[in-house]
Ligand binder design. Structure first.
Ligand SMILES: *[C@@H]1O[C@H](CO)[C@@H](O)[C@H](O)[C@H]1NC(C)=O
Ligand SMILES: *[C@@H]1O[C@H](CO)[C@@H](O)[C@H](O)[C@H]1NC(C)=O
Length: 506
């Protein structure tokens, strides 16, 4: 089975699993939250954390279908799997026409532009997604893709990446600063594919509005995620999100990058100012800034503790059914040791790490998950028949958990980056999980892009991590083999199997 088909099959299973869970929890899948979801509760769950601007209550709403009209901007130099470094400015018109401006760079600071793309087309919003709750599905029709290269060196560099059929007719006509239509010529389509070009991200959209207590309003546009496997990206239908773009009208202030991106054009790409690279120090407690979405029906928050002196870490991943992280399903607490490696060659500014997971504890937070775990055979997953809602079980005695795909101990190859937010508070970027749910258990599978950044709660707090054991999620990075994604997929498959008689018919 190809990876694509496997992913498709898994998604089908997920969907059925979701229906099963919904049925079990008494809620209906088609009861999609419309407006006025209340996020205050989730924020309150992090009492020990300094929430900076989130300290005051923030209410988050997400309309379905979303209102896309307006311009949406990158707030920093973005990293996509590959890696690719880019900034984006997308404008949606009330006529449903859109123009997506993408600027690609040679460096991780977005200082040296290589080429820009102007993508025009029409977007029609469809129904609420049944796979990714809270998202709306959309259909796109592209009408044109124009490329502008920004230097002769950039042209050479692009040429070296593209197949000969594409380089011949097109690249020779490419002059720095001059727009060239890539879409309407036959060779051009080949070039787009070879460049890894895809606008599948527009197939899944969500707009979140944060209402801050002092009347401030911030709007973010979440678009579908990009597959971490280059060969899958042009036909992957997203089920998770990229880092959001912010509304040109309602964004977090100050945002110097937004202003530069807003004023840019395909002829004048934004050149981001050089930033001091903070040296990487993991010490302390890092937590998710908001409810995060992973491909394949997964909502979670993460929390990590690092103790550099002991080279010890703990990660807590709390999983939920819904996009506001209010209905818990299960919590994973993983811990072990880590070693810092070399600065990354592929992603300058990032650092390589190796994590070892030696202990995993699981808490089933709802009836469905409890029943699922309780059915495992003796010796395979904690103490058989002893699973109870809200009661944590260690998996060490059974060297992991066969049905969950957790094998202990486990090793993962990671990529970390420390950066600063607009208030110069530290942010920790942890490598993106492989989209297919596998684990980065080999050097070659090490991430080249990142998940949503974590914020530092306190660098000086020294309480033992277990103190928060009932609280949050940690990072999956270290979750060995069974990264949370994989774990969940396996959960899905396992649960799905109880319904096998009708699942595999599809
Ligand atoms: C959100 O929740 C908080 C705390 O539970 C409550 O005080 C507030 O009224 C709620 N807001 C809405 C709009 O439901
Ligand atoms: C778990 O399994 C045991 C033994 O089969 C059973 O007595 C118990 O009621 C089960 N608990 C749950 C929550 O299903």
């Amino acid at each position: 089975m190809s990876k694509g088909r496997l992913a498709h099959a898994l998604r089908g299973v997920c969907f059925i699993w979701q229906v099963a869970l919904m049925a079990a929890t008494g809620s209906k899948l088609w009861e999609v939250p419309t407006t006025s979801s209340n996020f205050s509760k989730s924020l309150q769950q992090q009492p020990h954390c300094h929430f900076r601007h989130h300290q005051d209550r923030v209410r988050i709403t997400a309309e379905i279908p979303p209102k896309l009209d307006g311009t949406w901007l990158s707030t920093r130099c973005e990293v996509r799997p590959g890696p690719e470094f880019l900034t984006r400015s997308y404008t949606f018109h009330p006529t449903r026409h859109f123009q997506a401006l993408q600027h690609y760079y040679a460096d991780s600071g977005c200082e040296n532009p290589v080429y820009s793309l102007v993508i025009r087309g029409k977007l029609r919003l469809q129904q609420a997604s049944w796979i990714t709750r809270g998202a709306t599905e959309a259909d796109q029709h592209l009408s044109g893709v124009v490329i502008v290269v920004h230097s002769l060196a950039a042209k050479q560099k692009l040429a070296s990446r593209l197949p000969p059929s594409c380089v011949g007719p097109n690249l020779s006509r490419m002059v720095p600063g001059k727009p060239l239509n890539l879409y309407n010529t036959r060779a051009g389509r080949g070039c787009l594919a070879a460049m890894g070009f895809s606008m599948m991200e527009l197939d899944l959209v969500r707009v979140e509005t944060q209402h801050h207590i002092h009347g401030e309003k911030i709007q973010e546009l979440f678009l579908g995620d990009i597959h971490t496997d280059w060969t899958e990206r042009t036909h992957y239908r997203p089920t998770g999100y990229q880092q959001p773009l912010q509304s040109a009208m309602h964004h977090i202030h100050p945002c110097p990058v937004c202003a530069l991106v807003y004023r840019s054009s395909e002829q004048r790409p934004p050149l981001l100012p050089r930033q001091a690279q903070p040296s990487i120090s993991l010490a302390g407690r890092w937590v998710s800034q908001q409810c995060e979405t992973r491909p394949t029906v997964l909502f979670l928050t993460r929390e990590f503790h690092f103790d550099p002196d002991q080279h010890a870490w703990e990660g807590i991943y709390r999983h939920y059914l819904d996009p506001l992280c209010s209905q818990s399903t299960f919590t994973l607490r993983a811990s072990g040791h880590y070693a810092q490696g070399n600065p990354s060659v592929k992603v300058p500014g990032a650092t390589e790490f190796v994590f070892k997971v030696t202990d995993v504890r699981v808490t089933a937070e709802d009836e469905s998950t409890t029943k699922l775990l309780n059915r495992t055979k003796s010796g395979k997953c904690g103490q058989a028949g002893e699973w109870k809602v809200g009661v944590e079980q260690g998996l060490s005695s059974t060297h992991g958990c066969t049905v969950l795909g957790i094998k202990l101990p486990h090793k993962e190859y990671e990529l970390f980056k420390v950066d600063q937010d607009h208030r110069r508070q530290p942010l920790l970027y942890v490598g993106e999980r492989p989209t297919d749910g596998s684990s980065p258990d080999r050097q070659t599978r090490r991430a080249t892009s990142f998940q949503a950044p974590l914020m530092l709660c306190s660098g000086t707090e020294t309480q033992p991590p277990s103190r928060y054991g009932s609280g949050f999620n940690s990072k999956q990075v270290q979750m060995g083999t069974s990264g949370t994604g994989r774990l969940t997929q396996i959960l899905l498959v396992v649960l799905g199997c109880t319904l096998c008689s009708w699942i595999w018919i599809f």
